[in-house]
Design a protein around this ligand. Structure first.
Ligand code: NAD
Length: 388
């Protein structure tokens, strides 16, 4: 139930606001809408081309928050309603993007248009109408670590100064243009720079969020079940798909990249603090991740096979993983970040926020959801005779 007596981090009462949330029907948007409806008095104008992941918040009309959420089906590329919706709100949150690695090198034009060109009007409408903007960028803007350029046996590789990624100090290191993988990171970097410049030159209030591998229920799709059979979602859904089909998890280039994973519900707490503490969040770029949950992708795969066996009651896979080259899996032009550890100093100082959930626990709740949601559908799909 939304309490009427909520206060911000400085003890001031929080006034109900209207939020224009672009991309509200996606993974992060669906969790943010849920949180805002269940725990706050704020209103949401939810914009997206899809609403499947938030349908449970929109229907039936008898839901306690029915008058606080409104879905607008629109594509921000070409819909004249966008500016008036930004104007009707106190705050705009832009989540809309193409953000699956399999698209970066195979659909570089769509990736650049979606992450840069399509976001420009949103920034302009916020700046021109004196509206606050929270924009979702990515940890990919850091690219590779400085340490990755050191000799393999250099002891400096163990020194955090060479790999911890901090918002106000780390450079953004991308590969050459022909490695089209970096089209996403580069487009996100340029929109960050545009937003920062609108703040510096025109006084726009903004906050930029750099998510570090947020995972949880409703992330992406399971190919052939609620998404295209040939589609390649992000790593959590790829591995979940393999587990549901009892096939080995595919490790790109041996799965040696290191990542930190954070539970979506921890990350959403951070976003709510940004929404409700504008004086502490405006003008800042925030890393949002969990530095304690670092694993290689291979270790993630091994942990997921164990957790899935526990939550599904099915036996462990005999061959849990197989290697595949990045060219075979992602196509030409793929490249990767070696390691991503977020520096948490700024978000901790400004918002007093820290992540809580361990990797094992977040995988347990996420894979329980995946199993309950998809296991039966996958079983039925795989038992159907192949079309002749
Ligand atoms: P998502 O793909 O689940 O959600 C994005 C939503 O935007 C989708 O529902 C999509 O339909 C919508 N959208 C895209 N283009 C649109 C358009 N032209 N008009 C209207 N709607 C449009 O992705 P997500 O994981 O929820 O990510 C949200 C944001 O966070 C993205 O900007 C992404 O780059 C960023 N991000 C997320 C992560 C993560 O760990 N999940 C990591 C880094 C960055």
């Amino acid at each position: 139930m939304a309490s009427q007596n909520r206060v911000d981090l400085d003890g001031n009462p929080i006034k109900p606001i209207t939020i224009c949330m672009i991309g509200a029907g996606g993974f992060i948007g669906s969790h943010l809408c849920e949180k805002l409806m269940a725990e706050t008095p704020h209103k949401v104008l939810a914009l997206d081309v899809y609403n499947d992941k938030i349908k449970h918040l929109l229907e039936p009309d008898s839901l306690p928050w029915a008058d606080r959420i409104q879905f607008h089906r629109l594509n921000i590329k070409n819909d004249s309603r966008l500016e008036s919706l930004v104007r009707m709100a106190d705050l705009t949150i832009n989540l809309a993007a193409i953000c699956t690695p399999a698209d970066y090198n195979t659909r570089p034009l769509d990736t650049i248009y979606s992450n840069f060109i399509d976001a420009i009007p949103v920034v302009k409408y916020c700046s021109g109408n004196n509206k606050r903007l929270i924009h979702f960028s990515t940890c990919e803007v850091y690219g590779k670590t400085i340490g990755s350029f050191l000799p393999k046996d250099s002891p400096l590789r163990q020194d955090p100064a060479y790999y911890v990624l901090s918002e106000d100090a780390s450079p953004c290191i991308f590969g050459p243009i022909e490695k089209q993988r970096w089209s996403y990171a580069c487009a996100k970097q340029l929109i960050e720079r545009l937003i920062y410049a609108e703040g510096a030159e025109n006084g726009m209030d903004f906050t930029i969020v750099r998510p570090f591998n947020w995972i949880g229920p409703r992330m992406d799709f399971i190919p052939g079940i609620d998404g295209p059979s040939e589609g390649v979602p992000r790593v959590l859904a790829c591995f979940s798909n393999n587990l549901l089909r009892h096939e080995p998890l595919k490790l790109v280039d041996g799965g040696q990249s290191q990542r930190t994973f954070i539970y979506i519900k921890d990350a959403i707490e951070a976003v709510l603090l940004m929404i409700e503490n504008p004086a502490r969040a405006n003008g800042h770029i925030f890393n949002v991740g969990n530095p304690n949950n670092e694993v290689t992708v291979k270790q993630l795969a091994e942990m997921m096979t164990k957790v899935y066996a526990k939550v599904s009651g099915e036996p462990l896979l005999e061959t849990p993983t197989i290697d595949i080259s990045s060219e075979e899996f992602y196509g030409v032009g793929y490249d990767d970040s070696d390691k991503r550890i977020p520096d948490m100093t700024i978000i901790n100082k400004q918002l007093g926020w820290n992540p809580k959930t361990s990797l094992w626990d977040l995988l347990e709740s996420t894979l329980t959801y995946q199993h309950r949601t998809y296991a039966e559908a996958v079983k039925q799909a795989t038992s159907k005779p192949a079309a002749s």
